[in-house]
Ligand binder design. Structure first.
Ligand SMILES: [Zn+2]
Length: 276
């Protein structure tokens, strides 16, 4: 039951005029969002864009209003970025949408898969193993032969509300078992208690009981995928700092973004439909 407001105010409140068609909304998956001036500085100095981008904030939501609609499409296509060492995901929106109804928890992350035996250092195995972690969008093309680095990378879509998978045991045909571990690029703030990103271990909001069930449920899904779970010695922590994929440096904490590399399928500038 609720009161129905029949007559909206005749004088709408004075809000900034936002061109929603050319805007995307970003939200940090982090307990402590960065401030607007820091984000604006990163966008102006570390992003390559076609036009200027105005950033407005309300609560935990950041509206990126693009002068050039192709920048808007490119941000949505990118889906996720790292600013100030925090993951931010982007969604399209419109003036009548309620911000809290938007799900920002899905993120695209580059994952490095380490410790693969020689003969598994190839695309098909990388995609097969990581398909249990998230939706594999692409495995990095390393050309013919062995990859330059002794690991492979793949971009996967993951749900950040769930614990990250730190790795898996891989049984080999000679009876050996190797631990294959995953490193997540762009993850700088990580909780070793619940396995989730966006907060440090000391600030985990979950009780030990809830953590146990959360992780148990996540790993149960592995078993439903037909994988056999193997656990290490009881005193070995499940989560270590190895989950972080990149050194903690400014250049990695603030991803360099080139929005001009993305060309929309139907480019209004190419087709001459839009003139500025
Ligand atoms: Zn936690």
């Amino acid at each position: 039951m609720g009161v129905f407001i029949q007559n909206p105010p005749s004088q709408p409140p004075r809000l900034p005029n936002i061109e929603w068609t050319y805007s995307v909304v970003g939200r940090f998956f982090d307990f402590a969002p960065s401030n607007t001036s820091f984000i604006t500085n990163i966008v102006n100095n570390h992003w390559i864009t076609r036009g200027s981008i105005r950033i407005l904030r309300t609560g935990d939501y950041f509206i990126f209003e693009c002068q050039d609609p192709r920048d808007c499409d490119a941000i949505l296509n990118r889906h996720t970025s790292v600013i100030d060492g925090k993951l931010m995901t982007f969604r399209s929106s419109f003036a009548n949408q309620v911000p809290s109804s938007i799900n920002f928890s899905l993120a695209t992350i580059w994952v490095r898969i380490h410790n693969l035996p020689w003969r598994f250092l190839e695309h098909e195995w990388t995609a097969k193993i990581l398909s249990h972690v998230g939706v594999v969008e692409v495995v990095e093309d390393t050309g013919p032969g062995l990859p330059h680095e002794a690991f492979l990378r793949a971009k996967i879509l993951v749900d950040l509300t769930r614990p990250l998978i730190p790795g898996c045991f891989m049984p080999l045909d000679d009876g050996q078992v190797v631990w294959v571990y995953f490193r997540y690029e762009g993850v700088f703030k990580f909780c070793k208690q619940c396995g989730c990103v966006g907060h440090h271990t000391g600030h985990c909001p979950m009780s030990a009981y809830d953590v146990h069930h959360l992780i148990h449920r996540r790993f149960s899904e592995f078993e439903h995928d037909g994988l056999t779970l193997m656990f290490g010695p009881i005193e070995t922590p499940l989560y270590t700092n190895l989950i972080r994929g990149l050194p903690d440096r400014f250049v990695y904490r603030n991803a360099r973004v080139d929005l001009t590399r993305f060309v929309p399928a139907h480019d209004p500038y190419v087709f001459g439909e839009r003139h500025v």
